[in-house]
Design a protein around this ligand. Sequence first.
Ligand SMILES: C[S@@+](CC[C@H](N)C(=O)[O-])C[C@H]1O[C@@H](n2cnc3c(N)ncnc32)[C@H](O)[C@@H]1O
Length: 403
Amino acid sequence: VKQVEYTITTIPGLESEASKEISNLNGKVLNEGSGFVRFTIHPFEIPNILSQSRVILRVLEPIIEGEYTSLKELIHRCSLIDWSRFLQPKNTFKIDLVGRTALAANQYMVLAVKDVLVDSLKRKYGIRPSIDTRNPDQLFILFVNNTHCTIYRDAAGVPLNQRGYRTKSLEAPINEVIAAGLLSFLGWNGTGLFIDPMCGSGTIPLEALSKSMNLYSQIHRTKGFALDRWPDRKNYGLKQGTTTGKLNQTLSQQSILLSNPKPWRIIGADKNPDVKPIVAHNITQLLTPYDIKQPDDFSLEIEHFEYLHANPVVKEARLWAQKNDLPTMVCFNPPYDQRMAVEDIREFYKFIGDTLKQQWKHSLVGIISGSVEGIKHIGLRAQRKIHIKNGPIDTRFHIFSIH
Ligand SMILES: C[S@@+](CC[C@H](N)C(=O)[O-])C[C@H]1O[C@@H](n2cnc3c(N)ncnc32)[C@H](O)[C@@H]1O
């Protein structure tokens, strides 16, 4: 079988988990860099990667790759390509530039490549495709440095963190790809007890639920994938009239039916009662394509972390996990309020650490925070610290094993 090279992008810090995912989905990893993983795979597997991956943002396919010494040389190479292979004239597109080169100003480079692309389609169809910088059907990414340039096309479209189920949220919801990455680092395979004691809009427990129920991560997308609009989509195993989403909704439903029911309990909790309708809404969104109601094994408790261990649902679930020799995992992102005084942050994280030590024995705990100061005051030794770069924010994910 012919293997082709692709690159996925992810959040810096999650590369190892993205690599695991690619291997599980039949890809062969070549190497990892900051925020990306290069791998080879048969193109027929790309729809699977798109619809099942949890810790990937984009799936990129190189169109042009190599050294160049001037913008002119690059443009010449671009002009040798029949761009109608990559873009339908009725579809909108956008070109993003990543990196920097001394050979030309970024803006100028993007414009030059755009002109070549538009001219190529104009010659073939007499129509000029239009640009949409906000919501393009097709995204091309120009990766440049002083000596090398790669032009990719993106198979995802809307980045894969935007699953489509979280249509309501409260303060500071965590990126879905980060949430899924944390679960992967903790080793949540869908079985056991999972608790997010400060769940807000419910992203972390909903990602945990999606894993437990074997849901495909991407079947809620309203606009499908960019791949569905590729002129050569049949090379990716997509027949006329099938879209990646449709294909995989069926496969996903089958996977739920075929999978052995795993024993799991998931609890989201928060002190703020306002989260209740939001989590309820998001869980309904998550399960709607499957026509499934909220399972009894998922519950939401309005409780302050200080008292959560004494909550009857939590107590019963912890006993259940213990009796069945299943893991108990606690994973959360505590509020990180920039307006909070340093003293308060210290106090708050010390409170978290003390509560964990006293009330949460026999659990594996993961805490992600942007507050270095805070984490220092938890007073527990981390088994593992992972640096995750969330846009401009430097966060750390700490894993503690509480004995
Ligand atoms: C950063 S938000 C969590 C966001 C969430 N991961 C999401 O994706 O929406 C922090 C949450 O912690 C909750 N919280 C703060 N202190 C708490 C406490 N002592 N007990 C329980 N929840 C608390 C807040 O109400 C807020 O919803």
